[in-house]
Design a protein around this ligand. Structure first.
Ligand code: PLP
Length: 368
């Protein structure tokens, strides 16, 4: 890869393949794989990722919002797409683009049956979401008889899958809670199958669920962060490779005398004779203010340069006093060595937030 000459997000599709194969190696041969490509495929590029992951053999895709699924269909991708969080206003597009809604409440179930009836659909695939402890979206076990009755009173929809979501699959100190969620979902699944008289796909595990709860894979697993290279535990660092590298350049160097300030509101004051580098990257690119004031850092010619002062909208300033560098030099914000996870952790957040926050104005380039 040539050195960065402006801010770019490099996406390595070979690493995506490696990550997919590693996660697949954790599954029984007939367990299906759903690739979560919401939020621009975790800040990378939903179309390129959806294409590649479909070529690799993923059975399903999932997005959060309908518009994300529409964008993938417009790129010509035919893989089944689950929309995790639809609203009534989205149903027309969902059906027009052959997307499959998550049905998470009695209200949304009634609304979807009403809509599919009004356009004379038969057996339209839907996915029933169950709440087993996250308390975010979904039906409870007690709702099953009523849901099934509504489904059996219509021919317009068919249950393609039933699923639930773990609240702390990455946190082994909460193993007992997760095991309880798994037991609840098993019990819901049995009741549902018995009443429906057929057996839809069952799925519960996200990436950390795949890695930590092999007995809870059911018929399908849903992976997002693992595909993008993070296993939520250092022991996976050798197997999962971050696919995205954020790079930029030094726009200008400044020599500061002691007590001179840097940036808005004089948030940083030079303690000695210093050199700072200004970089074309700011909170509007996804390097939020939490990374300012020496919480966050970048790497220049192999050396760590802390962010000094407040993050501006389109710029950050970093301390390069002890770094041999010049204007135009490449800067690594994160890559597979200096990971987004390490940077996020240093600022008190998580890799998910950092990578999904890289804004759309940052040019994406692909390594095939
Ligand atoms: C985002 C999401 C996932 C993916 O989780 P990862 O931890 O990124 O693997 C899976 N299932 C649901 C319901 C989600 O919202």
């Amino acid at each position: 890869m040539p050195k960065a000459t402006e801010t770019v997000l490099e996406i390595n599709l070979n690493y995506l393949e490696q990550n997919y194969k590693y996660l697949k190696s954790k599954l029984a041969p007939n367990t299906m794989f759903l690739a979560v490509v919401k939020a621009f495929a975790y800040g990378s590029d939903q179309v390129q990722i959806a294409k590649k992951i479909t070529e690799l053999g993923a059975d399903y895709l999932a997005v959060a919002y309908t518009s994300e699924g529409v964008a993938i269909r417009k790129a010509g991708i035919q893989t089944p797409i689950l929309v995790l969080h639809p609203q009534e206003v989205n149903f027309e597009e969902i059906v027009a683009y052959n997307l499959e809604p998550s049905i998470y409440s009695a209200r949304i179930l009634d609304q979807f049956i009403k809509y599919t009836s009004s356009i004379n659909k038969e057996d339209y695939p839907v996915h029933l979401k169950f709440n087993t402890g996250l308390n975010r979206l979904g039906f409870l076990k007690a709702d099953v008889p009523q849901i099934v009755q509504k489904i059996q009173e219509t021919t317009t929809i068919k249950v393609a899958s039933a699923f639930s979501h773990m609240a702390a699959s990455e946190d082994l100190t909460e193993k007992e809670f997760t095991e309880q969620q798994i037991q609840k979902f098993k019990s819901i699944s049995n009741t549902l199958d018995g009443l429906l008289c057929y057996s839809p796909i069952k799925h519960m595990c996200n990436t950390s669920g795949i890695l930590n709860y092999p007995d809870a894979h059911f018929n399908m697993v849903r992976s997002g962060i693992g595909l993008y290279g993070f296993g939520n535990d250092a022991k996976y660092d050798v197997y999962l490779k971050p696919i995205a590298s954020l790079k930029t350049v030094i726009s200008q160097l400044h020599n500061l005398d002691p007590n001179q300030s840097v940036g808005y509101n004089m948030a940083y004051k030079a303690t000695h004779k210093m050199v700072t580098a200004t970089l074309p990257l700011g909170h509007a690119d996804g390097i939020y203010r939490i990374y300012g004031n020496q919480k966050g850092f970048v790497f220049i010619n192999g050396k760590k340069a802390p962010i000094v002062g407040n993050t501006c909208m389109d710029m950050i300033m970093v301390d390069v006093t002890n770094i041999n560098c010049k204007e135009g030099d490449e800067v690594i914000v994160f890559n597979e060595v200096h990971t987004a996870d390490a940077l996020a952790t240093a600022a008190g957040t998580i890799s998910y937030e950092l990578v999904t926050g890289i804004s759309q104005r940052v040019n994406r380039v692909f390594i095939f």
